[in-house]
Design a protein around this ligand. Structure first.
Ligand SMILES: [Zn+2]
Length: 449
């Protein structure tokens, strides 16, 4: 009897007070989700299709056709939302010159990304989140600048999501800054995204996350005829493109192959999507992008930023990059009639849950370490509170080594914790959290002796 008592007290003292985390829900995020409308997304996609082609090298002078007219229209939409944002949202076209490259740019050209910045309200918070879609479109021949290239799904769907999120979110105030952007030059070699990523690196932007949305509104596969509007794929790099020698050493020593910052972001997206968006699951794909293909998040990853790609579950190659035509009874072309706007709405809401939780989250803990002084079947962690206002608390995420997603979440108030779980058998990460459940991106601990 006495012995039992001793052990229970011992356990209490030895292991920090840990409770299973309660899932807090923010009513404001739920409200914003209801404000995202499939009708608005459809109106935007139809408007973008009306420009004929949005090829990067197409007409820039016409008011109604070509990439120039499309850019001006997206900017004018951002400007409309800016009027209701109390001066916090500002829009611009970020023009830049590109030289002919003998490949997909056949003459020196002036290109422009259309951007709207929703400035964060906390002057001590320099974190930035970028969400993108690409404005340009193409047909079978990537150099064809004349034929109609509706690009309803690729990627008017992504641009429509960006605009709808800017409309809803610019009515609210967030601690961190959100940049909504419709980039150009995707089909010509990710040129607009690369320009933005390189600018961001040069200007030392503190980018917390970059969310690329490219083809998020089609739910029927070609060839295999699979229909699925209940899942969205999120692609994230496994080994970071940009990794220092020291980072590689620690990754190998701690078996961190499946916990790159981008993978931690992808899991975060899965958590908040499945919390806030009804009838949508996030399918994590363990690669930077689809097999041998890339997207606008890639230049961000290559410049060392945390970036992922959202993409529909099943692609339709009868519609992607195709001249509009009918052959053997099959209709080709990226047309509005093939879109699933309810699916596009849910995928936009997945982005919303991610952006809002991140932009309201307390800053992440720093110096997150796992103690390895002695061999032990428990795991002890130490970290430093972020600068500024103390967070409500911390969540320790845990999963078995062969599991894709976090399985348990523990809550602690302190900046250290010791848990009766072996670091040999589990992976852990630590995040800050506020009273409404907004959590920072998790930080993977490094060994500390
Ligand atoms: Zn695309």
């Amino acid at each position: 009897m006495k012995k039992t008592f001793f052990y229970s007290v011992f356990a209490f003292v030895f292991f920090t007070q840990i409770t299973f985390s309660q899932v807090a829900e923010d009513p404001e995020i739920k409200k914003m989700i209801t404000e995202i409308k499939a009708e608005n997304l459809e109106t935007t996609v139809r408007k973008l299709v009306s420009f004929g082609t949005r090829h990067t090298l197409s007409d820039t002078k016409s008011k109604t056709k070509g990439i120039g007219a499309a850019q001006q229209w997206v900017k004018s939409e951002f400007d409309k939302y800016a009027l209701e944002s109390g001066g916090r949202l500002t829009a611009e076209i970020d023009y830049f010159e590109v030289k002919a490259d003998g490949k997909r740019i056949n003459k020196d050209s002036k290109l422009g990304n259309v951007m709207a910045t929703l400035k964060g309200t906390d002057p001590t918070d320099n974190r930035i989140i970028i969400i993108s879609g690409h404005l340009d479109s193409r047909v079978s021949d990537v150099m064809n600048i004349k034929s109609d290239a509706p690009g309803a799904n690729d990627d008017a769907s992504g641009v429509a999501a960006v605009l709808e999120l800017a409309r809803v979110m610019s009515k609210r105030s967030f601690s961190a800054t959100i940049i909504f952007v419709a980039v150009v030059g995707e089909e010509q070699g990710l040129i607009g995204a690369r320009h933005l990523a390189e600018n961001a690196k040069e200007s030392n932007w503190n980018i917390m996350a970059m969310l690329n949305n490219d083809m998020i509104g089609n739910s029927l596969s070609s060839g295999t005829n699979l229909r699925d509007n209940t899942q969205i794929r999120v692609f994230s790099e496994t080994i970071p493109f940009l990794e220092t020698e020291d980072e590689a050493k620690i990754r190998k020593a701690t078996s961190r192959e499946n916990d790159s910052p981008s993978r931690l972001l992808a899991r975060y997206i899965k958590t908040v999507t499945e919390q806030y968006v009804d009838q949508l699951k996030v399918k994590l794909v363990y690669r930077n992008d689809r097999f041998l293909r890339g997207g606008d998040h890639t230049p961000f990853s290559q410049n060392g930023f945390t970036a992922v790609r959202f993409c529909e579950m099943n692609e339709n190659f009868d519609h992607q990059h195709q001249d509009i035509r009918t052959e053997n009874g099959i209709k080709y072309g990226d047309l509005v009639e093939f879109m699933d706007f309810e699916y596009l709405r849910k995928n936009t809401c997945s982005n919303l849950a991610t952006l809002a939780n991140l932009a309201w989250s307390p800053k992440a803990p720093t110096s997150v370490g796992i103690e390895v002084k002695n061999l032990s079947n428990s795991s002890a962690f130490f970290w430093t509170a972020p600068e500024g206002k103390a967070p409500y608390g911390y969540q320790i995420l845990m999963r078995e080594t062969a599991s894709s997603h976090w399985e348990k979440t523990f809550f602690v108030k302190d900046t250290k914790a010791e848990m009766p779980y072996s670091k040999d058998n589990y992976f852990f990460a630590i995040q800050t959290v506020d009273e409404l459940g907004h959590a920072s991106l998790p930080v993977f601990p490094v060994p500390i002796r």
